[in-house]
Structure formats: C-alpha cells, structure tokens
Write a protein that binds this ligand. Sequence first.
Ligand SMILES: C[S@@+](CC[C@H](N)C(=O)[O-])C[C@H]1O[C@@H](n2cnc3c(N)ncnc32)[C@H](O)[C@@H]1O
Length: 567
Amino acid sequence: MLIASGRSVDAYLRRVVEVATADHAAALAAVTTRAATVRGLVVDFILDGKASAPSPEVLAVEADEKFLFEAGPWLIGFVREALLSASDRRRGGVHHTDPALAGEVAGLAIELLDRPHVEIVVVDPAVGGGVFLLAAAERLKAPPTEVVSRLHGCDIDPMAVAATRAALTIWSGGIEPPSANLQVVDYLGPTVKVPSADLVIGNPPFLSQLKGTTARATSERRNLANRWPGVGRYVDTAAAFMLAAVDGLVAGGVWALIQPDSVLGASDAGPVRARLAATAPVERIWIDDARRFDAAIDTVALIGREGSSGEVTVFGGVPASESGVVSLPSPKSWAPLLAPARGVPTVREIAVAGTLGDLAVTTAGFRDQFYGLRHAVKEDEHTAVKLITSGLIDPLVNRWGTTSCRYDKRAWLHPAVVLELVADDIRDWVTARLRPKVLVASQTPTVEAIADQDGVFVPCTPVVTVEPHDPDDVWRIAALLTCPVTSALLAQAASGTALSANALRVSASRLAELPIPADDGAWMAAAMAARAGDVVATGAAMQQAFGIDDPVLVRWWHSRLPNRGAE
Ligand SMILES: C[S@@+](CC[C@H](N)C(=O)[O-])C[C@H]1O[C@@H](n2cnc3c(N)ncnc32)[C@H](O)[C@@H]1O
C-alpha cells in the first residue's frame, strides 16, 4: 500500500508540477493515462463530460512501473492538489489526506457497521482526489463492481470530481462509477442530492470563520442558520459538515470526519456538539500526534453513530493503536477526549460530595488589577501587605522573601503593596482579597497552591484566589488543590488548549467546578499534612478522601511536581 508522504510520491509530484503546462486537466489526464496503462487499462480523464487530452510533457516524467501501479489511483488526487496554488488551497480548505491515515479511519468506521459489506453505501461529502472512497473501497469485502456502484462523492471543484472518477475507475480495474454518484455540488447547499448512507466519511474543508478569506458568504450563513438553528456564524465549516453528515445517515449509520481539534473545545461549536450528542454521538476519536496534514493545525478524526453507548475509545498513530476509553464529556467541551493521547490519566469513579464552589468563592484578577498595582509596589521586607506572583507559588510552599520574582519588568525579593498608593478603581478589589484564602499559580504542570491563613497576600494576575466561606477551611482547600485527582481533572479540561501539553490553565470557573471528596475524615488528615507542608502525604490522603487507589494517577502527578520533590 502506498504511503503518500513517502519520498517517491513527493519526488514524482514535484516533477509533474514542474513540467505541467497551465492546463491542469491535461496534466491530470496524462497521469491518469500512465496509471491506467500499467494496469492494462484505458481510462480517460473526463472533466465536465469531456475527455481531456493528456499532456505530452507530463507523460514523459520518469517513474518506475511498480510505483505507478501501486500509487496509481491515489496519484491523480495528489497531482490535483499539488497543481493548486497555496492561496487556492487555503481558500478552498484543500489539504488531502494521507492514504494510510484515510485507511485507518475507514477501518475504524467500517468496524462499527453491523451489516453485510456488499450493501454498504458510502458518501464522501468533499472527495478531493477520492482518498476516503478508495480507502473504504479497499476495506469493503465485496466485488469491485458492487463496491463502486455504492460509492458517492461531492466536491465543489470539477477537477476534484474528475480526479475521483478516474481514481475509482483505475482502482476497480476499469469499472466506471455511475455518473450520478460523483457530483460537482456544495454539500452544505440546497441542491445536493445524495442517497442516505451507511457511512459518511471524509475530510471536509477547514474554513475558519474568523478570517476574511475563508468566511462564508451571507447566503451560505443564512442557509446554515435556517437548517440548524443555534449553529452560529463563527462555527468552522468543517463542523457544519458533521451535522450534514448525520442528517444523511440511514438508521444505525456511521459518520467519520477529519476535524480541526479546536472543534472539541471552541464555544462556537457548542451547539454542534450538543446536536451530535443528541443524534449520533462520537464513539471513537483518532488523534493526530504528528501533524500529518500540511496545514498548521492539530487534527482529529471523529467517528460517531446513532445509539452509541456514551463511551469513547481514543486512538492515535498509523497504524492506529488504542490509548484509552473515556466517557463522552458534556457538550460544553469535548477537549477532555484529548487527554489520554496527551498522557493525562483518566480519573475514574471518585466519591464526591459537591464542588469547591459550594465552599468558597474563586476569583481571578484581570489586567486592570495587574496595572493598578503598579505604583503601589515597593520593596519592603517588613511590610504587612505582600504581593504574590505565580512564580512564588510552589505546591504548599510560599517563596515570598526567599526567591526573587518578576513584576512590572523588575526583579523583587520582598514585593510589598502600599494600600494608599493603589489605583482608586481597584482599591476595593485589593482590600477585599485581604482575608484567609488559598492562592493558585497558573500555567504549572500540576495545580500549585499555598494557603494564606492570615490574609496578607495580594494576588498578582494571573494568580487565582479561593476564598472559603469558613476561614477554617483554608487548609482543606489547600489539600484539595494539592492532589492527583484535581490536577488530572484540570489537565483533562485543559487538553484542548494550546499550552496544555505541560501547563494547566487554571481559571476561577474551572476551580469552582472541581469536585470535593466524600470522606471527610481522610480530607481532614490531608489538611493536616498540607499544614505540615508534606506534599506527598497530602496527595496520598486526598486519594483516600476520594475513595480511590490509582498508582498510575499518583505516578503521573509525582512526575510533574516541581523538582520531582516527591520522589
Ligand atoms: C480537505 S480537502 C479533502 C479532500 C479529500 N477528502 C482528502 O481527504 O484527501 C477538502 C475538499 O473539499 C472541497 N470543498 C470545499 N468546500 C466544499 C463544499 N461546500 N462542498 C463540497 N466540497 C467542498 C474542496 O474542493 C476540497 O477538495
């Protein structure tokens, strides 16, 4: 099987593009002729109903027969992509899929279909060069004539449709797909007519609506809003393809589409996730760990089916291997699906008694607070009111006065806050922070928190504060934040964000949603360990408080503590 990113393909494509005339159809016709000839076939490249004459220059490009034989059906699509200018590719969202990856996704999807292969109807909504139809065709155990008659595809580019037709004809040994099966049409538009499918599979265009060059026209926006109320104007076009795919399935059908991983977490895509969860929820996810597309975007393949169990199996790599099973999160964010692939252990069956928001108010400062303190910070070892930055917070260790920190482009050892000099508009905010609380650093590998029992520290943005209703809860909260479960839950929630690989983004709202443990006795013991500054003992007691014994989770947490201090 051909690996499209292999050198021979790249070299061949470069050579074809070099010699191709401005007539792209002639170049594609030449590649079709060569790929067909080595298989003993005569196949025309038919664009808009007419056969194109092959370009003699391209016919002369050297390539060995074995390569042409094996790569033939896939080559035509790749030549089509290579002939497009970079800006055309960007505008049309044209980034073809590696055949090996398409094969893995097709395999993972077809496995979920519980019906005889000979009956399976496949639709690719954005065929490009037909790589997903070829991938499905290779995996369906049925005679090529039967398979080809049930493959359907759409693309807005006539050249893509012509390339797919030629590709399938070569693959099947000369059996042309019925002409109505491959259409030049906007899959999201009102004129598309495809049969209900057992499998909708493909790689739709990723067209960010935040950029002028790829934003939808007003009429397209209106169409989508009418068809799926609640799906707003900023949703990536790729996400709308998921909804159309689900609408086009027979009962029990499967959809499998490549998506930008932002679709999992973007708030604009929330209504799309909610709709999918209610119709044909995701059952498998394949996560790209190697940027296999030449677009600078992290991608996933989402595979869903009506009546799925709510469990999602996570895969990665080519060939695909399983990296875990997680419950499908709420539509608010599916970013936690990325966690197993990023090495974050799954938190299972903890005993909880509510959320941190029941016990405390969580607060984050903003830029105003950062700049409003500017003229009020002085170096003063004996001050009563102290400034604390993220850099001074380690798990249960406050480094104020022992380690220098940076604030406002300067190094400080004893940053003090002179309340009278604080800007008027934030003075109330600052004084309200002077109470017993827990301070949490941001962008750290695990949650790093310290207790401020005397209420003397002013948090410097982005430090987040947790202020208990009952001041006696300070150490319990410090313990809750110094524990494997809490760090893993936040790492899961943050998995879709850019900085997630090694840093947790701690926000006030995420902290408020954290579960608190059911076993009060063990939690108290953890609070005592926290008060004594024993990070490892705190973590161990908190595991007990949550009623779990999970060495993998504990090891993961230990390995991320600063200086591996716990080992
Ligand atoms: C990312 S490429 C994928 C091609 C192919 N499925 C693959 O994976 O190699 C996206 C394709 O979608 C086509 N396209 C863009 N907008 C479309 C639309 N509204 N309906 C159908 N096809 C579309 C582009 O012409 C392009 O061929």
